[in-house]
Design a protein around this ligand. Sequence first.
Ligand code: AMP
Ligand code: MG
Length: 520
Amino acid sequence: MNLKLKNTFTDNLPADSNSENSRRQVLNACFSYVNPKETSKPELLHVSTEVLQDLGLSKADSETDDFLKVFTGNQIPKGSKPYAMCYGGHQFGQWAGQLGDGRAINLGDVQHDSQSWELQLKGAGETPYSRSADGLAVLRSSIREYLCSEAMYHLGVPTTRALSLALTGDQVLRDVMYDGNPAYEKGAIVCRVAPSFLRFGNYEIFTARQDLETLKTLLDFTIKQYFQHLGEPSKDTYINFFEEVMQSTLSMIIHWQRVGFVHGVMNTDNMSILGLTIDYGPYGWLEGFDYEWTPNTTDSQHKRYRFGNQPNIGLWNLYQLANALYPLIEEAEPLETILNAYKTDFEIKSLVMMRSKLGLELQLENDKKLIEDLEDVLQLSETDMTIFFRNLANVQKDDSDNSLQVVEKAFYKPNEISDVVRQTWVNWMNTYKSRLKKENLSDGERKAKMNAVNPKYVLRNYMAQLAIDAAEKGDYQLIDELQQLLKKPYGEQPCNEKWFAKRPEWARYKVGCSMLSCSS
Ligand code: AMP
Ligand code: MG
């Protein structure tokens, strides 16, 4: 395997002068050198063909002993100087101080096809940032990250990627529901891949410590490396940089809302500076369309990170980033202007996105009302988001009698729908059909366009759990099946119709399917 690794991050940024792998506050440094922990009996469970190609690696490479050793932490590839990043973050609205890569170890970057990729082993052992935890990851959360990040990529949602999923052969102790019942689970490592893993928290930590010198070094590096088109670093460039981060964050969140993805832990340490979905923990997919829903049991009381609040939290997090950059800009106004633009841009982009989900090309004044009414009626009774929008493309604008068929298939309890709810749906459908008549597209053309933005297949929470349950017993076939399925989320895939179905009742309250903690 010819993995040509460079050390762009560590060559250009200040390192922790202490090379011991002990837990501590790391000052005046962007990272600490640290080697992955040896694993006792590593076993590769899956490799992503697409990511292999992006890195310039072949399938044959992925079958070598070197590949297994490198991506499970047992061999440091030539040229690599592994490191963990220092970052802080606001967690659940509070400044949490230093966090950092507590269990992620970066191997360096690979350049291929004029793209640069950082490689990171998640679950590869403790680092100076591990605080009171063990630096490891368990199989269930690793499967969830591995499958979901690739699924998001194929949905067209900006995201970090995943190259490989492996077992370490070591046991890891976890108290899944934090209820005093710890148990041993299988340890695993995912190799994550992204142009950069920098987070809002990487900048916040230096401002919090009033270390403006390192803040400037990191920001200038970020701009030179990932925002070259903005030109040489200067105050104006910093403002333009912030504007781009605002736009990419907003665009990522609009995608989440489009596909029904709930991140679950939108702390500022989990916000990528490149607007990528990062850190797949207790995330989930909407089944019933519900703005109040969050998969994260740790957040069940205040539901800060519920589906409908994600756009607000994106803005809140951008405020924290603005505060972190402010000492280098020293003017609040340009930052405030950008933050204010987030709100108006959100309204505009959200409308564009919802119009596309409804197959509306013309921009008519009443569309906003039509969309708001739909969001209301969708929440009157439990209605599957994915099935509803996918089937909505089957509406025929001139057909007067089948108006409720498409939505009936999405109801979780079709027999319990009240007459009032039914009538509200009939009214909405009638308005929608009259609206469609104003469009120039044929039913067929509209359907094709809608099917390109309304996925048929998403990683429903129970699907990931089925793959996990099988994998815990040593059967990894479903991981592959789901990975293949989710490569074409917008395709019809008639032979996979069984996955185009409502969540089964057994999964409604099952741990892992509807309830997830941060334990991972
Ligand atoms: P998260 O909520 O998973 O994004 O993690 C928040 C912080 O906790 C980050 O600094 C992680 O690196 C750290 N962390 C999470 N799990 C572990 C673990 N098992 N060992 C060490 N650090 C961890
Ligand atoms: Mg995190």
